[in-house]
Design a protein around this ligand. Structure first.
Ligand code: NAD
Length: 265
């Protein structure tokens, strides 16, 4: 997706940006001129390759911080790192997330704890440390990755649905506290996007529901959409660019579906 350099000189920190949606967000913001702090798990050499390519292709500075989203202290260091590397922090995207699909009676408590920590509490910790920096700048843009599952439920996703609903609530409170300081906070709520996280769910969903993998895509993932299509990365990047722009200054505290009409049912 082509972009103007409207974010030249800004700094963007994107959690969980070594894969999937987060990586595309990092690319989208880098193409618009922002310096980037990547974060996420993965092979060290692969991450370094991604970092170097992003920097050279987009003509921006790109750093990587390995903070584990299960560890509040590491998240605090990551935010401080972004500020100290670039002298400012303009954009925080809380995107890291994991999934586990199982009936509630069989749902492992370790999975519940990890999903709440990574998909919800990590955003709290990152925002807690980013907010003072953004308030002092008199401007900031916080974008939380929720999901349609921040607004409705699906079976076998108790922890994910709880965490994403929490993310929508957190978004509203942060927007309220940041508003008069020029800090906006919004939640993006995608329908299904074909990322490693979604690909990995197909066999689990087939098992939990007793249907084939093709039926999972047709009857579970896309059944309620008007478009009968997965949401694309570009459609999410387009919304992110709007939310972080000056034109997005009055859009705050909202949870925006990008779901092919799913929630309109
Ligand atoms: P993904 O698995 O491709 O990427 C997840 C990212 O989070 C990776 O970079 C991974 O390394 C990172 N991560 C996971 N655990 C971590 C930890 N402990 N510490 C640091 N980083 C960690 O997944 P995705 O589909 O791109 O999902 C990104 C976000 O979008 C998630 O919050 C997800 O819930 C949300 N979302 C995805 C979809 C979809 O259909 N793919 C739909 C709605 C919402």
């Amino acid at each position: 997706m082509s972009a103007s350099r409207s974010l030249d000189g800004q700094t963007a920190l994107i959690t969980g940006s070594t894969s999937g949606i987060g990586l595309q967000f990092a690319k989208g913001l880098a193409e618009s001129g922002a310096n980037i702090v990547l974060n996420g798990l993965g092979d060290e050499a692969e991450i370094e390759k991604t970092r170097a390519e992003l920097a050279s292709e987009c003509g921006v500075e790109v750093r990587y911080h390995p903070a584990n989203m299960l560890e509040p202290d590491e998240i605090a260091y990551m935010v401080a790192f972004a500020k100290s590397e670039f002298g400012r922090l303009d954009i925080l995207v809380c995107n890291a997330g994991i999934q586990h699909v199982e009936k509630i009676e069989d749902f492992p408590k370790e999975k519940w704890d990890a999903i709440i920590a990574i998909n919800l509490s990590s955003a709290f910790h990152a925002i807690k440390h980013a907010m003072p920096v953004m308030k002092a700048q008199g401007r900031g843009r916080i974008v939380n990755l929720a999901s349609v599952h921040g607004l409705i439920s699906s079976p076998f996703k108790s922890a994910y649905v709880a965490a994403k609903h929490g993310m929508v609530g957190l978004t509203k409170t942060v927007a309220q506290e940041g508003g008069e300081f020029g800090v906006t906070c919004n939640a993006i709520c995608p329908g299904y996007v074909k990322t490693p996280l979604v690909e990995a769910q197909i066999p689990d969903q087939a098992k939990s529901r007793g249907i084939s993998e093709e039926e999972v895509v047709e009857k579970v993932f896309l059944a309620d959409t008007f478009t009968k299509k997965f949401t694309d990365y570009d459609q999410l990047v387009g919304l992110l660019r709007y939310l972080v722009s000056d034109a997005g200054a009055s859009t705050t505290g909202v949870a925006i579906p990008v779901d092919g009409g799913w929630l309109t049912h």
